[in-house]
Design a protein around this ligand. Structure first.
Ligand SMILES: [Zn+2]
Ligand SMILES: [Zn+2]
Length: 77
């Protein structure tokens, strides 16, 4: 049994995610996304796809990056 670190649910099918060298335990992808997914610096949505990164700032898409003044970026598909 493992406990989800987002909602505290005890779930026998909980899974673990290793990120930046530390382990996190969740009962669902929704909880994992809530805890780990970066937030787009422009529109504030959770970046659950590849996203784009520029100077350590994460955007959900090239469109948002452009709006934030980043040029020469493309979606990593
Ligand atoms: Zn949970
Ligand atoms: Zn965005």
């Amino acid at each position: 049994m493992a406990q989800c670190e987002t909602c505290g649910n005890d779930y026998d099918k909980a899974f673990q995610v290793k990120m930046n060298g530390s382990m996190h335990t969740f009962d669902s992808f929704e909880c994992a996304i809530h805890a780990l997914a970066p937030v787009c610096d422009h529109c504030g949505c959770r970046v659950v796809g590849h996203g784009v990164e520029h100077d350590g700032v994460v955007y959900c898409c090239a469109h948002c990056a452009e709006h934030a003044g980043v040029t020469g970026i493309r979606d990593r598909a």
